[in-house]
Every structure is written in C-alpha cells, then in structure tokens.
Design a protein around this ligand. Structure first.
Ligand code: SF4
Length: 986
C-alpha cells in the first residue's frame, strides 16, 4: 500500500481555494512532459501566496497530437510540481564524504559556474575527449549535441542506444524513416493493423485516439507480443510470441508471401533495389551492386550511393541502367534469375537473393522458434497479403515520381504495422527490424494510404547524410569537432576508430564492436570509464538519466563502480556532475548537483532539427513555455548549457571579440541558425513573423507560439503527402526547406550494400579498413546484407536448460521511467510491482499467486512477489519497469512500498557479455548489445524462478542503504497531501 494513500481524502480540486474566486483562474498552454509523447496541455493557475500555482491540467483540444485527450500521467503533472523529491539548489559533495553517501552542502550558482568553467575549460584546453556528456530521455538533443561538438568531445550521446536505436536504424537503413516520431501506421485508412512488440508508452495518446477510431470503423487489430497488456487488451486477436523471435516470424511471413506471390511486384520493380543486380563472383565486389561506371548515368547520387546500378530487362533480355532506362514504359526489370554481364561478371537481382535467403524459413521452422503454430503463420501471411493487395484502393491524388512519370492516382495498401522496443531491445533487433521493414516493402505499404507513412523531416537518404565524427586527429584543444558526435556510418571508412582499429569514443560507439551505433551506447559509459577503456575520463556529466538505478544494467555493480577508486586513491571517474530535477538514486553519486526545473517552469522546443511532433500530412513543431516560475534556485539545463558555452567561448556561442552571442536559451532558440533561414523553430519566421518553415529570425517568435497554443502546424498539399521517397514535388520542397540535402529519390534497401561493405572488410576481401582479428567473425556473421534471424547473443552464452525463461519489462500506462514514484497521485496506481508469470509456469515452480519467489539469471538474483497471469506466454515472465526504488531516494520514506516490495529486473542483466573470437577462444568482453547498432539487449536475459523459503523476509532483494535527504530538497509530503486543502497545513 502506498504510504500516501493512507492520507485523508483530498478536497475537491475544482473548488476555488479560500479567498479566491473562480474567475481568478488563468489558463496557459504548453506541452506535456510527463512522458515523451508531447501532448498539448492547458495549465490552470491560481494566485498563491508566492505567485502562480498549478491548480489543474487538462488536454488542449486544439492540439494536433492529442486533441484534448490527457492521460493519468499528464493530469498528474500538478503533483510533480510539488513533489517532495524536488531539488531546489545546487549542491556539492561534502569534503571527505564518500560518493553514494548523499552528503552534500549547498553551493551558489555563481560558484557552480565558476567551478565548471574552470574545470571544463582546463579539459577543453588540454584533451577535450576527457569530458563526456550523456543525457537521458531529454528532448533537446540538437542543443546537447551541439554543446558536445563545440566543446570538442566525441563522448556524447542521449538515451537512444539503450532505448530503441534498433528500431530507428533498422528502419532508416531500409526505408529511410522509422516508427513513432518519424513515421507510423495510417490507421485512418488501414483495414488491418498488426502491432508487434509495443507496450503502452510511445505515441501513447495519439495511438489510443487512432486505435479507438480504427476499431469503431471496423478495422481488425492483431497484437503479436509475449504479453497481452495495454493496447493489446483491445486487440481482436492476441498472438503470443517468445521474446527475441519476431525476426523468425517475419522471415517465415516473407517466405509465404513470396512463395504465394502475395507481393507488390510493380512497387518492388520501380521503388526498391529489389531488381538491381548484385555481383555473385568472389572478390572485392562480391555482394555489391553492379554499376555503370559512367558518372552521367541516371539521376544524381542518392545520399552517398549513386543511382547508377544495373537491372536485367526481361522484355529485351538485356542489362541496362536501373534508372531511367530500366523503369521506362515497356521495360520489366527482372526480380529473379541469374545473369551474366558483358564482361563475364555473374549477377542476380537482389530479390532473387532475398528469395534464396527466406527459402528455408518455412512456417514449421519459425514455429519451433516463435511458439506460433505454422498454420497460424500461414494464415497471417494470407491475411496481410490479401489485405494489401486485394483490398487495395486508389485515392484520386495525382503525383509525379522522380523519373517524371505522373501517376493519376495514389494506391492504398491498407495493412499497417507498428512495432517498438519489443523488437528493438534485443541483440538481434537490427536484423529483426530490417526484416519487418523489408516485409512491409514487399507488401508495398511504404508511405502509402493505409500503410506506414513518413513524418517530416523524414524520409531521409539511405544512408542519411549525417556522418558521425570519426577522425581522432580532429580531437584538438579548444577546437570544435569537424562533425557531430552522432550520425549514420555508410562504410568502414566512416568508423570512429584509431588507425589500429581501437575505438575513439568512451562508449565504443561507431567502432568495429558496434559499427552503426547511431545513438551511442550510454549503458556502457560507466563500465568503460572505470576500466579506462579506451582511456580515462576526467568529468562525466549526466543529465536526466538514473544511471545508479533503473537506467543501467547490472545495477549494484555499477553503483560500486561509480564509487570505485584506483590505486592512487582517486575516483576512477574523477568528477561526476548530475543534473536532475529530483533526488533520484543517481544524485547520491554526484560531486556536483545541478537542480533542473520541471517542464512547467521552462522553455523547450520540439524542433525539426531534432524530434518534432510532425503528422503524416506535414511538419509540426511545438514548444514549452514557463507557466510557473522555477522553484527555489532551480535552473533549466538548457540555460546551464548556454551559460557554460558562453563562458567557455565556444565559437557558435560567441560573437566578435569573445562577446556572448545569446542572452539566454530563448534568445538562442530564436537566433541560432545552422543554415541561413533555418532555426530551431519553423513557425512565424522572418522579421515580421510572416514566413514559415524557412526565413530570417523573428524576435517575437516565442510570443507567436504562445498565442497559438505553443504549436505550429504546416499542411502539405495532398499531392505531397504520399510516396515521399519518390515524390518529386515533395523532394524538391523538402530540399528547399532544408530537411534534405538533395532532392533525389530514396530507393528502399531490400538488399543493403552498406552492410555488405562491412562484411567484405571482415572477410578480408577489401583493401580498406579491416576489423581486428577477434571481431572479424562477428562482423562477417551479423552484417548480412539481407535480413536474417539469429538467437539473441545472451542465449549463446547461457545454459538454457538451467535458465529456460525469458524475462522482460515494459512501462506501465501510469508511470514513465523512474519519473513518477514521487508523484502523490500516480503512486496510488503503482507503488510496487509484481513478477507476472503464467499460472502453468508458476505452479510448476511451486509459486502461489501473491507468493514470494527468487528470479535468477547467470548474472544475479532478485526476490519479488509473483502474480499469476494468463496474459503472458508460459515461457516468459515480466514486470513493470522502474517501479522499484532504492530506499530513501525520491524522498520516499524508509519502508515505502517502492523499496520494500518494488524491484528491478536490471539486477539480473549484465552490461557485458563474454566475447569469443572466430576460433571460439575467449577474447575479453563486449557490450551486451546488438553487434550492429549497440542497442542494449534489455530483453535478452534468461532466468529461472523458485519459491522463496517461508522464513525469508517478505521484502524484495537486493536492498540498499537509505539515502539521506539532500539539503534543500522540497520534502514536506504533508504539503502535497494538503495541496487542495486551502493550504492550511504546511
Ligand atoms: S501521453 Fe500523457 S503523459 Fe504523455 S505527453 Fe500525453 S498527456 Fe502527457
């Protein structure tokens, strides 16, 4: 039972407080940040004793994302404001106090800035890579990334590497866009919706709204997931699947779709690289596309890859340029067969190779892996294929493609898919997501009505024209990097490695260990830094990431590492700066604590330079504006970065003669332009605010957003809303507005010559960069240019007879990450979690419903309570993520449910796995991540369960020593309980 729930009932929140009449209520629009969906909200304010106070929050009915809908989290933002866990002043670890003991003394902001300016200035002037900035689930990576680049350190990343980079990279390297922020299912026009591996978090309110309308229209909803919760509860059919096996399902579905010709052949021929000829002969061109060396052939290069590939025209029986000859009227590029070029080179269309790749992936093969019967897989293939092809429809929308052909209508393929972390958070996730994207391409559902649709600024090139920083010589004192720390590598030459192949970055991102780690590997920063692998850091700055608890694998060991000293007696990570709004578990380990504001106290942007809130029909960006003043000395992290960047005189933040360029963060947002006319916000640009998307800075831009509900929406003409990979009018428009560098088409990558380039290097067939010997086989195995399924890496190093169960987590509807356990309202929904186990599995282990059990992996064990649930497949156990808390953190009282009954699965997951070389010999360790992208393998862990002994305490294990309250922490739960009680009790 939550301690708060024992309180007296709250008063009517809508009743005017004593001495205030209802007319005194003021309403301000801003954007929610109780999760990452970014719904528009209206904050109702009253005048309190010390200024405006939040009285009530509801959804903004005029907002395109949520149309007035608000969830439990969103409406509970009011309790975040008065959370007892709020930090209110900068803090410094007390001299002589141990890290982790949570003993601090207050320090002023001026002292804080002086200290940081001196320390960071010294690092920047000597060896900038010794400063690392890693951020959690923030929404301002365009600023944090710029800060790191200007500082001159490659050691920067946000949370994507431990969230869903496999989803982003697997889709972007295949179709040029991804789910959620950059694309999604068109449920307005779909007839069948298949959701795979999605919990109830990403795109939460918008997806609920769309699903509700979809179901009312009679749409059929199939959920494929090991667990039936959240969205799946309203699915017409739940298909349980074993975690980490989704790729096998997609491979079998592709087998069936191809075998029974339920594929969109014209789409594949014109809009994908399926007909392009791949070299079959052994050698350094093996597995790459054959091409016409004449640079004048075909349209200009698509990203880094020219459109000069070849096809076999089955009408004339000749090889010809893929574009425009190969797709001209009267031609029919072959999808199957093998051919010989004039110079004797043997070639085959990429589709032929895909057909061979899926040939053995029968439904019977997949049944053994996924647990889904072969007959159900066959029926699913028929259903998705027939829906795409036989229920196709045409919209009277004319559009012209990149080769000048005008299409009189736009074809709809009404089968839509949606997937998220359930696919991504496995060490086979990249190839799994790629197999989904290729399957969607076979069905022709990419950016078409009823299928997957992009959101601006996507689609990007394949590969996007963002190269990650990769030159160790360019890490220089007092010098910005010559490229952003994060990006999308296209070849081994773009890896961030030294000449000997060792990583440039502390997290080993973009190294041979994880070449396409587009979002970095935050989950390995602490372990690597403590090991000085590849070098020692001086200062690690962490923003909004609870690395001492739920945001890290192997939690207890990482807590020890944060506190570990070397032989010289110094901490292995010499200086830790933590910026957080609340007293999270991580705060105790800080040397310096920067108190952040809440989302209601600051400016923020959801920018086209970063992660906007675009809709299918056009770009949308939005802002947050402060609706109440910051509490105490809290300062937005954005302001901290602007201040530091100015004091450290970063070139982008400094004008002539070293004067600071930007007064503050709002000023920076208005006036910073990465390209002429392009800024953080696209609405109301130009001196008078009359230009949109592109235009000169407008000093009144914030005012305009405030007047317009904090959102700017642009509707593309209908002729530019579909087929945007190839829609010339859209491609021209997107280039003009700065969303793309070129206006040439983006052919879908059924076959990835990018991956093949890495594989050839691993096979020693190229003359360029080669992986170190111990990683050759790893690269050769996983960089298959065609999608394939392999067991998650943890399975290979675990005795599955001993640890037969999969263990996974998901986020609950009512809490986001660890953010909400201090929220008086939301605690009443979840104050602790259970391990959910199928009754068959639990009873076989002798564990009663509500009983205590031990969950053990080869890495650790936890004790927790069990709930029997038939909504989970028998080979899987699961729990809510981040409900369990360390005692005393988040200002929870000692003995609170969160620490006594709540638990984390993180204790069972290792951040590293043993690495073996090609001969099976031990070769050290490697991150427990996808070998292609570095995505954390959160959902790969294998466990066993057994009952706890009757004499054991009814308390979760492990427990940690309670944290003391930080000086100045708001505390005073009583105030929360009496918030609506006329403020009589304090
Ligand atoms: S889904 Fe809920 S918590 Fe998330 S942004 Fe929307 S209202 Fe806020």
């Amino acid at each position: 039972m939550a301690l708060f729930s024992a309180s007296p009932p709250l008063h009517d929140p809508l009743a005017p407080p004593a001495g205030t009449d209802a007319g005194g209520t003021e309403v301000k629009c801003t954007t929610c940040y109780m999760c990452a969906c970014r719904c528009g909200i209206r904050v109702h304010l009253r005048q309190g004793e010390n200024g405006p106070e939040v009285r009530y929050i509801d959804g903004n009915p005029d907002h395109p994302i949520n149309k007035g809908v608000i969830c439990a989290k969103g409406s509970s933002g009011i309790m975040k404001q008065v959370s007892p866990a709020r930090l209110t002043q900068p803090l410094r670890r007390k001299p002589g106090a141990e890290r982790g003991a949570g003993e601090f003394e207050p320090i002023s902001w001026e002292e804080t800035f002086a200290l940081l300016t001196e320390r960071l200035g010294r690092i920047r002037a000597t060896d900038p890579k010794k400063f690392a900035l890693f951020t959690g689930r923030d929404q301002m990576q365009a600023l944090t990334g710029l800060f790191a680049r200007q500082f001159g350190t490659p050691n920067y990343a946000a949370h994507g590497g431990f969230c869903s980079v496999n989803m982003a990279a697997g889709m972007i390297y295949t179709v040029g866009g991804s789910f959620w922020e950059f694309g999604g299912p068109d449920l307005d026009q779909a007839k069948l919706f298949v959701m795979i591996g999605t919990a109830e978090d990403h795109h939460s309110n918008p997806l609920k709204i769309a699903l509700s309308a979809f179901k009312r229209r009679g749409g059929r909803f199939i959920s494929i997931n090991p667990v039936r919760t959240g969205y799946s509860a309203i699915a017409d059919e739940w298909i349980p699947i074993k975690p980490g096996t989704d790729g096998a399902l997609f491979m079998a579905l592709m087998h069936e779709l191809i075998k029974h010709d339920r594929i969109d052949r014209p789409f594949l021929q014109r809009f994908t690289n399926a007909p392009q000829l791949v070299v079959l002969d052994e050698g350094e061109r093996e597995g790459l596309f054959a091409f016409d060396p004449d640079p004048t052939k075909g349209p200009p290069g698509d990203g880094r890859h020219p459109h000069n590939k070849l096809v076999w025209d089955s009408v004339s029986g000749q090889v010809m340029a893929a574009y425009p000859e190969g797709i001209a009227d009267g031609r029919s590029p072959a999808l199957t067969g093998t051919y010989t070029l004039a110079d004797g080179t043997r070639v085959a269309p990429a589709f032929q190779l895909l057909t061979q790749q899926v040939a053995q992936c029968t439904p019977e093969w997949a049944e053994k892996i996924t647990g889904i019967s072969a007959s159900r897989i066959r029926a699913l293939a028929v259903e998705i294929g027939d829906t795409a092809l036989k229920q196709a429809f045409e919209l009277p929308i004319t559009w012209t493609d990149a080769w000048g052909k005008t299409h009189p209508t736009t074809i709809g393929r009404p089968v839509a898919f949606h997937a998220m972390r359930g696919l991504a958070a496995h060490s086979n996730g990249f190839q799994t997501v790629r197999s989904l994207a290729v399957m969607m391409s076979l069905l022709g559902t990419i950016d078409r009505p009823g299928g997957f649709r992009h959101k601006a600024p996507y689609p990007r090139h394949i590969v996007p024209n963002y190269r990650a920083f990769n030159d160790p010589e360019q890490v220089k004192p007092n010098t910005p990097l010559n490229a952003a720390p994060l990006g999308f590598p296209a070849s081994p030459e773009e890896l961030a490695i030294h000449p000997d192949g060792s990583p440039i970055r502390i997290d080993h991102a973009f190294s041979w260990e994880h070449p396409l780690s587009a979002h970095g590997l935050m989950h390995n920063v602490i372990t690597n830094a403590v090991k000085a692998d590849p070098y020692r850091l001086d200062t690690l700055m962490i923003f909004m990431a609870n690395m001492a608890w739920n945001s890290t694998m192997n939690t207890m060991a990482v807590r020890e590492m944060l506190n570990r000293r070397g032989e010289d007696g110094e901490y292995q990570i010499p200086f830790l700066v933590v910026c957080d709004a609340f007293q999270s578990e991580m705060v105790a380990y800080a040397d310096l604590v920067l108190p952040d504001t809440t989302y209601l106290e600051r400016h923020d942007v959801m920018s086209m330079l970063d992660r906007p809130i675009s809709e299918f029909d056009g770009p949308v960006d939005s802002v947050r504006v402060p609706v109440v003043p910051p509490l105490g000395q809290c300062k937005p992290f954005q302001e901290v970065l602007i201040e530091l960047a100015s004091r450290l005189k970063f070139p982008a933040f400094t004008g002539a003669e070293g004067a600071r360029k930007f007064k503050d963060y709002p000023d920076f947002v208005v006036n910073f332009q990465p390209q002429p006319g392009i800024g953080f916000l696209m609405g109301w640009r130009g001196e008078n605010g009359t230009e949109h998307l592109r235009g000169a800075p407008n000093p009144k831009q914030w005012e305009m957003y405030e007047k317009n509900g904090c959102v700017f929406q642009y509707h593309l003409p209908e002729t530019q809303q579909y087929m945007r990979n190839w829609n010339q009018a859209y491609l021209d428009f997107a280039k003009e507005k700065g969303w793309r560098q070129k206006n040439d088409p983006v052919q879908l990558a059924i076959y990835s010559d990018v991956l093949q380039g890495f594989r050839l290097a691993a096979q020693g067939k190229t003359t360029g960069r080669q992986p170190p010997e111990h990683l050759r086989e790893r690269i050769d195995t996983y960089f298959d240019p065609l999608p394939f399924w392999y067991p998650p890496l943890e399975a290979a190093c675990t005795d599955l007879d001993v640890y037969p169960l999969n263990a996974i987590t998901q986020r609950p509807m009512a809490m986001y990450h660890s953010w909400d356990s201090q929220n008086a309202w939301l605690r009443q929904i979840h104050s602790h979690n259970y391990l959910h186990v199928n009754p068959v599995t639990a009873l076989a282990a002798g564990i009663a419903d509500g009983g205590w059990c031990w969950v053990e992996s080869r890495w650790g064990q936890v004790r927790c309570m069990v709930r029997h649930s038939e909504a989970v497949e028998p080979g899987t156990v699961w729990t809510w993520n981040a409900i369990g808390k360390a005692s005393g953190s988040w200002q929870l009282e000692a003995g609170a449910d969160e620490s006594r009954k709540g638990f984390l699965l993180n204790h069972l997951i290792s951040e590293e796995l043993p690495l073996t070389d090609g001969d099976g010999q031990a070769a050290g360790t490697v991150s427990n991540s996808d070998p292609i992208t570095g995505q954390a393998g959160w959902y790969d862990v294998r466990v066993r369960i057994r009952p706890a002994a009757p004499e054991e305490p009814e308390e979760t294990f492990p427990q940690v020593q309670a944290m003391p309250p930080a000086p100045g922490v708001l505390g005073r739960a009583q105030k929360v309980l009496t918030y609506f009680a006329g403020r009589k009790a304090r």
